[in-house]
Write a protein that binds this ligand. Structure first.
Ligand code: NAD
Ligand code: MG
Length: 387
């Protein structure tokens, strides 16, 4: 039996809650160190107490006093601010679960990896914007990156390291989201409630909107490219509305290995947290006999241009990848604040990619500061362009 010292970044979110469930159902395997949240001090304090964490850190500094008072009388230290979060993410432990949403998770991830700490990664946006830097940082320190995203977790389970040269393709499955059968006119005019109403998965608001536009799959193509060191032409996407097969690896002897499971993130979270062992999860199990059929179809790139953007960005390089991610984050934010229509999201990203191609094709971007600066420039370009 193992006992891992673990820190959870983004403990109050959807993935963070799945991790809490997993840990609380098997507490003998985990010793929780640091837990973090963006701005909800109440929920952070509650989770820190439930998980018996040593330290809690809230990114929003204005919530510092509130967190301190909520944790007074416990032995849990309260910290606040982005710098504290970055520093605490790098404090000694066996595993950090990266479950912050968006680019904001990049520095904490790098901080853990630099210190040689293994990272279970759900937070895909840093891999899209800074995949080469993230992977290089891990390689240098010897830290392992364990995929939590259900598709990448599935591929990780199906990959035979000694047979990498025999891989024909990795095939990411996509549910198609809530608008799979809608026509373009209705998709363009979709409301927030319709966009976040995912048929199979219950997730945070940003990733739910990404799933509706299929930007989530676009981000996952780039995520797979970096996590598994796969060229774009070996990464395929297939629509599989039942979300039973979470992804596949096709080998050149004709074998296709697939990982199946219920649509419950507690399974991939548990696998990443307990790897290389397997623990029981409190999640749903798949009732194979109740499955009447599994269907597969090609994605419709006219209705969902996001996938095309991903392949373009992979071909163009890092500037385009930062742009794709930053323009999407800004556009989704604007949509969720009712500033733009759903249909505008894809247009904004396309426009930003054209702008980046013209403005910054050869801009030399290497360090995390360069990446952050360019990320902010893209976001300002998007805000200005919609005025
Ligand atoms: P969520 O919105 O439910 O939770 C996000 C967490 O990040 C919260 O704890 C929040 O407090 C914290 N946070 C937000 N902004 C922050 C900031 N600026 N600084 C520090 N912390 C901040 O999101 P989620 O659905 O749990 O997704 C988290 C990540 O995991 C995303 O990158 C998403 O793409 C990925 N992911 C999620 C799922 C899922 O089922 N939810 C599946 C696969 C991958
Ligand atoms: Mg996924």
């Amino acid at each position: 039996m193992f006992c891992k010292k673990i820190s959870i970044l983004g403990v109050t979110g959807s993935i963070g809650q799945s991790a809490s469930d997993v840990i609380l159902s098997a507490p003998e395997y985990f010793d929780v160190q640091v837990v973090s949240a963006g701005s909800n001090a109440q929920k952070l304090a509650q989770e820190a107490i439930r998980l018996k964490a040593k330290k809690a850190v809230i990114a929003d500094e204005r919530k510092c006093e509130e967190l301190k008072s909520l944790l007074s009388g416990t032995n849990i230290e309260a910290h606040a601010g982005d710098e504290a979060l970055e520093a605490l993410a790098g404090e000694p432990c066996d595993l950090v679960l990266a479950a912050i949403v968006g680019f904001a998770g990049l520095r904490p991830i790098l901080s853990a990896l630099k210190n040689g700490i293994n990272v279970a990664i759900a937070n895909k946006e840093p891999l899209v914007a800074a995949g080469a830097l993230v992977m290089e940082t891990a390689r240098k320190s010897g830290a392992k990156i364990l995929p939590v995203d259900s598709e990448h977790n599935a591929i990780f389970q199906c990959l035979e390291d000694h047979n990498r040269a025999a891989i024909d393709k990795i095939i990411l499955t996509a549910s198609g989201g809530p608008f799979l059968d809608w026509d373009i006119k209705d998709i363009n005019a979709a409301t927030i409630e319709q966009a976040i109403n995912h048929p199979n998965w219950s997730m945070g608001r940003k990733i739910s909107v990404d799933s509706a536009s299929m930007m989530n799959k676009a981000l996952e193509i780039i995520e797979a490219h970096y996590l598994f060191d796969m060229p774009a032409d070996k990464i395929d996407v297939v629509i599989h509305p039942q979300s039973v097969i979470h992804s596949m690896v096709s080998y050149h002897d004709g074998s296709v290995l697939a990982q199946m499971g219920a649509s419950d993130m507690r399974t991939p979270v548990a696998y990443a947290l307990s790897w290389p062992e397997r623990i029981k999860t409190p999640g749903q199990t798949l009732d194979i006999k109740s499955l009447s059929k599994l269907t597969f179809l090609p994605p419709d790139l006219d209705k969902f241009p996001a996938l095309r953007f991903a392949y373009t960005a992979l071909e163009s390089g890092q500037n385009a990848q930062i742009t794709l991610n930053a323009a999407n984050e800004e556009a989704v934010d604007l949509f969720l604040r009712e500033q733009i229509s759903f249909g505008k999201i894809a247009k904004i990203i396309e426009n930003a990619l054209l702008w980046a191609d013209k403005e910054a094709p050869n801009k030399d971007i290497k360090t995390v500061d360069d990446i952050e600066e360019f990320n902010n420039n893209v976001r300002s370009f998007v805000t200005k362009s919609i005025l």
